[in-house]
Design a protein. Structure first.
Length: 409
């Protein structure tokens, strides 16, 4: 079967585990897009946190998020207890938004967004680890499958965010995102409880790693691995900063409001989906590293232009470079990182969390420095420069690696 989007989608739907992965990502995407675009707006404009305090929340969330994801990845490789870990992460996601529904104040926000939700965020990597294990039955189409399931995560943004745009235009308060997210988290928990394969009863082999926690950390700390994770984290800076800035920039722009935020993010996500599905075709023309670097350049240009064009109708044209660049730097690093630790699906997926925390750290730094020294425009420039540097650095370290990332441990 050729690596074409439609055959791959049919394959995914007829494989019970890949179908579960697809449905779980659809619900997880709907859960994330329900509150993530408004998180900074709620923190700063609704709850009164300063820009510096919110930057600190971002740093704490990043540290706890990556620590939890790495621990979950190593433990699932050690014990092959992926279902238990996935259920635990889903419960934490439910608890985080439920707390904000029940106690929508500054301290509730800090506890939910800096502690509970970041720990629950390990579910993203765990679903991808399951996807890689199940996709092992289709080695020729593994990259296509990974790109397709990542596209499914973006698909709810196309549906959910326009609905929020209509709701906000009709006068619904922005805090309504939390009860809605709680209901979605409850549905995700039920899906995992009912359909996630029982540990030890899967059709594929999932041997225990046999490594201690320290030995597993040592594998992940391999210099060649860490360099690439840090560079991909730098590439991810613009993605993290985009979700921070979009609500704040539009809020500070006359004529823009929460409905415009929802519409803009929804348009970007809608355009990302076909470009993500086209990634296997693009890989016939260039290797992952080149495509990631090109995507980083496009995304950096978009981020820098966002504050400059926010008041102009031309801002809507930025959705195209954002979507093209985003498709590359969101979909391709997943397979790239998993290839670095091909024998450890849990730890390999944890590298995504490590990449994300590096990006979140750069994002928080750019946001803090930019807003202290000048404003959101400077923060965007710093974030874009970091993303571009990450893409160029990845090209440099992979200059002798040929057409694809190879396992290095």
């Amino acid at each position: 079967m050729k690596a074409h989007p439609m055959p791959v989608l049919r394959l995914i739907w007829h494989d019970p585990t890949l179908r579960l992965v697809t449905l779980a990502f659809a619900l997880l995407g709907a859960f994330a897009c329900t509150f993530a675009p408004y998180q900074s707006l709620i923190a700063v404009e609704r709850l009164g946190l300063s820009d510096a305090a919110y930057a600190l929340v971002l740093v704490l969330a990043s540290v706890l998020g990556v620590s939890g994801a790495i621990a979950a990845g190593i433990i699932t490789d050690q014990r092959a207890n992926r279902r238990q870990m996935a259920l635990g992460a889903a419960i934490l996601s439910l608890a985080g938004t439920a707390l904000m529904w029940a106690a929508p104040g500054p301290w509730g926000f800090v506890l939910a967004h800096a502690v509970i939700l970041p720990l629950g965020g390990s579910l993203f990597g765990q679903i991808f680890a399951l996807s890689r294990l199940a996709a092992g039955a289709y080695p020729a189409q593994r990259d296509s499958i990974q790109s397709a399931v990542r596209a499914v995560f973006a698909l709810p943004f196309v549906i959910v965010l326009p609905l929020w745009s209509l709701a906000f235009s009709a006068g619904v308060g922005v805090m309504a995102v939390y009860p809605a997210a709680t209901l979605l988290a409850l549905g995700l928990l039920a899906l995992i409880w009912r359909f996630w394969p029982q540990d030890g009863r899967t059709v594929w082999a999932d041997p225990k790693s046999g490594l201690s926690f320290v030995q597993s950390l040592a594998e992940m700390a391999n210099r060649r691995v860490l360099i690439r994770v840090v560079l991909l984290g730098a590439v991810n800076t613009a993605v993290a900063l985009y979700m921070v800035l979009i609500g704040l920039v539009f809020h500070d722009t006359p004529g823009r409001d929460e409905a415009d935020v929802a519409l803009f993010v929804g348009l970007v996500a809608g355009l990302e989906v076909p470009f993500m599905l086209a990634m296997p075709l693009a890989l016939r023309l260039a290797c992952k590293t080149v495509l990631i670097a090109a995507g980083a350049a496009l995304y950096a240009a978009y981020l820098i232009a966002l504050p400059l064009l926010a008041a102009s109708p031309l801002v809507w044209l930025l959705t195209l470079p954002c979507a093209i660049g985003g498709a590359a730097i969101l979909a391709l690093p997943i397979a790239y990182l998993q290839d670095l630790m091909a024998a450890r699906p849990g730890a390999g997926s944890s590298l995504m969390a490590l990449q994300r925390v590096v990006g979140d750290g750069f994002c928080a730094t750019a946001f803090a420095i930019g807003t202290f020294a000048s404003g959101y425009g400077l923060a965007a420039v710093l974030g874009g420069a970091c993303t571009l540097a990450g893409g160029l650095g990845l090209l440099w370290v992979d200059r002798r690696r040929g057409q694809r990332a190879q396992a290095v441990v």
